[in-house]
Design a protein around this ligand. Sequence first.
Ligand code: R5P
Length: 333
Amino acid sequence: MQASRPTATSRIRRASARRVIRLGVRRRFRTFSWSSEPLSSVLLHFDDEAAAAAKLAAACGCAIRPIERHRFPDGELRLRLPERLPRVVVLFRGLAYPNEKLVELMLAADTARALGAEQVVLVAPYMAYMRQDIAFRVGEAVSQRIIGRYLANLFDAVITVDPHLHRVETLGEAIPVTDALALSAAPLLGDFVAGRRRAPLLMGPDSESAQWVASAAAAHGFDHAVCSKVRHGDRNVEIALPEMAVAGRSVVIVDDVASTGHTVAVATQLLLAAGAASVDLAVTHALFAEGALALVREAGVSEVWSTDAIAHPTNAVSVAPLIAEALLPLMAR
Ligand code: R5P
């Protein structure tokens, strides 16, 4: 039988059927596109840390979403998280200048659970309140223990870099969660120094820094030692150099934190007075309170190299790959 020639009406019908099929394909494709595909995990961050969070998300290859933050005229905060959340939610929040951020963590972690999260992980490249680990005078709050318990009530896991653990051995003692991971950037700083100075002498400014100095020195066999320090006040420290020759040496001070800069400044003055050829600083957390960097430079520090655990113009080493390595297994659970 001969096929009948298509009429104008049948041509229109076939064309619109083809359009419907194409639309259907497109609709199906949209359903499976990245933006609406159900995620197994997501990294949430605040607007002021978008760059650091993006770096970590890129290192993990994971999805990233911002948390909206509104400040009311009286200073209270309103946060808004994405409407639906996957099983694993990673909250990225560095805790330098921490007081208000601790409230943000409480609001965000609780809301994340209400929106479907079953595992809430805190990534805080800098962990606050770790230095007050005992009551130095009767009546003082032991901040490390109190803040640690507070965070343990909010999160299932905590990851941080070079927390100031002195009289406690592990981060889990300070923040009692199942996965309390304290990573160290000291080996990365050691590698960086190796590319900048020949046969340097690594110097810790106090006994607490022995752990970081030793681990920065290890892979390269650098000479290393620590000073002794007595702190009389926020901006008043007394330091004694170790009994070793520093004359003519390229000294690199290695520490976890530079805050007021007084520790580094005093150590530098002593080292230069003892004949050190140069003094540089390699530090994990560039807290650098107002005027601190200038103080350190005036004391004679040549170069300041910090990690990006706290964003600062002296950042020279990224901790994103280090954190990603620890975070990926938690995200895959
Ligand atoms: C304390 O023991 C830390 O390791 C640092 O040495 C200290 O926090 C540095 O503080 P600042 O810069 O205020 O002297």
